[in-house]
Design a protein around this ligand. Sequence first.
Ligand code: NAP
Ligand code: F7E
Length: 330
Amino acid sequence: MKTAIITGITGQDGAYLAKNLLMRRYKVIGARRRNTGQQNWRLKYLGIENEIEFVDFDLTEPYSAENIIDRYQPEEFYNLGAQSFVALSFNQPHVTTQANANGVLHLLEAIRQKSPHTKFYQASTSEMFGRVRETPQNEMTAFHPRSPYGVAKAYAHYMTINYRESYDMFACCGILFNHESPLRGSEFVTQKIVKGLVNWVHTKQPVYLGNLDAKRDWGHAEDYVEAMRLILQQDKPDDFVISTGVTHTVRDFIEKCLKCLNVEYVQHKHEFSTPNGIPIIKTAPEFFRPAEVDVLLGDCSKAKEILQWKPKYNLDALVKDMIKTEISEI
Ligand code: NAP
Ligand code: F7E
């Protein structure tokens, strides 16, 4: 039986990855920080809360990393913990850097010193491409991050590669493009739209958003956690772009949701309304960012070839899954 530690176990990806590994008979150690709320709701939703051994952990505390790595000596370590909300990173750049950059250094150093056989997965991100230098983006595309979140993740990405090259560690980065699911946090645009529009059907309260023209390559988290697992099963450590290879605007996502909900609509420059003028989507300044990533589109040819990975969900299937779940929950 292999042991895997997952940081960020209470988040979207942590929950799906835990389920994936438990199905393969892993012992899963969930590294989570103390919290007074309903932190385990995703694990409960997937019916796996009782199959996980939890351990206290915070990315910002170096001893925390050392303690858990020394104690469990895991075969695999998936670092999915992060302050993951890009918009918040502009208001909390220090907290974001402590967790997303320095936190990763703590883990790498703890593995080097206490458990060098442990294979390490770092949750890198398409946000590092930022103001993109080429389209589509692949493993060789230069980074130009546009947020404290992206900058911190770029540091962690290079540090992971540096530990691999300096100390011969099995340390890998998955450069994952946006991935969503019914378990996505409600602050991210897809879930905000899904929840807002299902609520609109009942209340006619408009949903307030920011930039409707941003383009993202959206996949399904269930597909993407399988790629994480595959990355750590290879003969040699390496970095991989994980994406669908298709990009859509926020507007497209809204349209797909409205069609799924059978709502008739007309589009204007900054809003959506019904044909007789009832507002559905409006924009508000607080949801625009100081610097935006306008377009992301991933080229995952390397993952397809080496990992034999490809996504099962396209955007229509993702929208359907999210809307269906939201409707069944209210
Ligand atoms: P998420 O749902 O926001 O989950 C983030 C997790 O990190 C939560 O479990 C959170 O715990 C934990 N966390 C935050 N700060 C921490 C700290 N100081 N110490 C320990 N744990 C901490 O994010 P996700 O969508 O699952 O993403 C997983 C990882 O992939 C993140 O690193 C994210 O940056 C990266 N990523 C995500 C995407 C995407 O589209 N989803 C794409 C590329 C990369 P609490 O429950 O205590 O808040
Ligand atoms: O924004 C625009 C916003 O917050 C997507 C994280 O998982 O993926 C995620 O980061 C786009 C942006 O995701 C609203 O300006 C418009 O252009 O859903 P998001 P993100 O910033 O792309 C990457 C790969 C990660 O690594 C991150 O951890 O949608 N947008 N109006 C809005 N976004 C939000 N959140 N809210 C709005 O009202």
